[in-house]
Design a protein around this ligand. Structure first.
Ligand code: PMP
Length: 415
């Protein structure tokens, strides 16, 4: 077999039954290569949510009646299941939020306002998603702290020496992504943590692009706070989480007020409920948590090492086949340092035009700045085209991408 045929064989089939995914199953011609933006949902997730609403729906925590107790039980059981999936032993330190963006805003607002003062320093990296950049930038502006960006080394990886220089004794926050959504760069978390620990900073890891792709083992990462979104790991939209070390959460003021986060309300003062409720104001997204627990179950059923291996195989095949398309430049580090993401530019064709031609061939990719404008500036591009893979993709999707890119060149009149 020739080398390309071997690479193709390694990702010839998806690692799930496509009929688990109604949307993909019903659209044979669709090549969904935008899972870094959001993943498709297996029936198991949709059914879990439907059966919650059909059989157990009530406002949890508050009612004295049986149905409310069932809803509470469904919610708290989901928390346990997701904590197990994440490798978090202290279940009550998993706070449900709407997702990564909200989790980071909770940290920057509630922890940040209480702990970061004028003259302190906040360090982020050049490759952060806006959600892990802007909340810290705005905090710095509000309190008069210094906002410092750890730059990249050539090849789209973090410059660890520069990060070390940025981490001065007055650093109060070091915030970094586990995996870059725009390039797919997998960051060396333990190295980053080691550098960040030379300061007394809160070490925050954005796991939005980590959890879906490899065994998160959050406790073992050694970070203070870890955030993620359910919709990027086969779960529903509108649910995600924030895992923070208990003593930090205990000391941190609430982010929002009302509902079950209250213990006692006096006329002049109020007190707060215990963890995790202290940070979950208002009626929670129980169905979302139930759906996310079903997603965790589904991913565990596949095995995260298989997920990672499948993505690596798709990436290797794509990288090899992209050499057939003249004028393509893939951005970021070599495939072995990337998750299942290929971010590229094609001669002078604008990524939006590429995405449109690809769409006419049923190939869904993302084009734009990927909510990473600081990174785009450093790469000196305004936008890229990004294909991202997941468990339901296979070599056919890659083949369709390559054919559609060749068509794009033809249509744009490129030789
Ligand atoms: N961080 C990263 C690395 C992401 O990829 C994303 C989603 N593109 C976010 C944060 C924001 O996630 P959400 O929109 O689910 O809040």
């Amino acid at each position: 077999m020739n080398p390309l045929a071997i690479l193709r064989k390694d990702c010839e089939r998806p690692i799930v039954n496509i009929d688990d995914f109604s949307l993909l199953d019903e659209r044979d011609h669709l090549h969904y290569l935008d899972s870094a933006a959001t993943t498709q949902k297996p029936r198991a997730v949709l059914q879990a949510m439907q059966s919650y609403y059909e059989q157990h729906n009530a406002n949890p925590h508050r009612g004295a009646y049986e149905l409310s107790a069932q809803s509470t039980e469904a919610y708290e059981r989901s928390r346990k299941r997701i904590a197990r999936f994440l490798g978090v032993a202290d279940v009550d330190t998993l706070i449900f939020t709407r997702g990564t963006t909200e989790s980071l805003n909770v940290l920057a607002t509630a922890w940040g306002r209480a702990n970061v003062k004028a003259g302190d320093r906040i360090v982020v990296t050049r490759m952060e998603h806006h959600a892990n950049f802007v909340p810290w930038q705005q905090l710095a502006l509000a309190v008069g702290a210094e906002f410092v960006i750890a730059e990249l080394a050539p090849g789209g990886v973090l410059d660890l020496d520069h990060l070390a220089q940025c981490c001065t004794p007055n650093t109060k926050v070091v915030a970094f992504g586990q995996v870059s959504n725009a390039l797919g760069t997998i960051n060396p978390v333990s190295e980053i943590v080691r550098i960040a620990r030379t300061t007394g900073a809160l070490v925050v890891c954005d796991g939005a692009q980590g959890v879906p792709h490899f065994d998160a083992a959050v406790d073992a990462l050694g970070v203070d706070a870890y955030v993620f979104s359910g919709h990027k790991m086969l779960g529903p939209m509108g649910i995600g989480g924030l895992v923070v070390r208990r003593e930090i959460l205990e000391a941190m003021p609430p982010y929002q007020f009302g509902g079950d986060m209250i213990a006692l309300v006096g006329d002049e003062r109020s007190t707060w409920n215990v963890l995790p409720h202290k940070f979950e104001a208002g009626t929670p997204n129980v169905a979302g948590a139930v759906g996310l627990a079903a997603a965790a179950q589904y991913l565990d059923g596949i095995g995260m090492s298989r997920v990672r291996a499948h993505e690596a195989a798709l990436l290797a095949y794509t990288t090899a086949r992209l050499t057939e398309v003249p004028g393509v430049t893939v951005l970021g580090p070599p495939p072995e340092r990337r998750s299942g993401v290929v971010s590229f530019v094609l001669d002078e064709v604008h990524p939006h035009d590429i995405a449109q031609v690809l769409d006419s061939a049923g190939v869904c990719v993302r084009s734009g700045h990927h909510c990473a404008q600081p990174l785009m500036r450093a790469l000196k591009v305004s936008a890229t085209t990004r294909a991202s893979f997941y468990v339901y993709n296979d070599a056919d999707d890659v083949d369709a991408l390559i054919v559609a890119l060749l068509t794009t060149r033809d249509r744009m009149g490129l030789a």
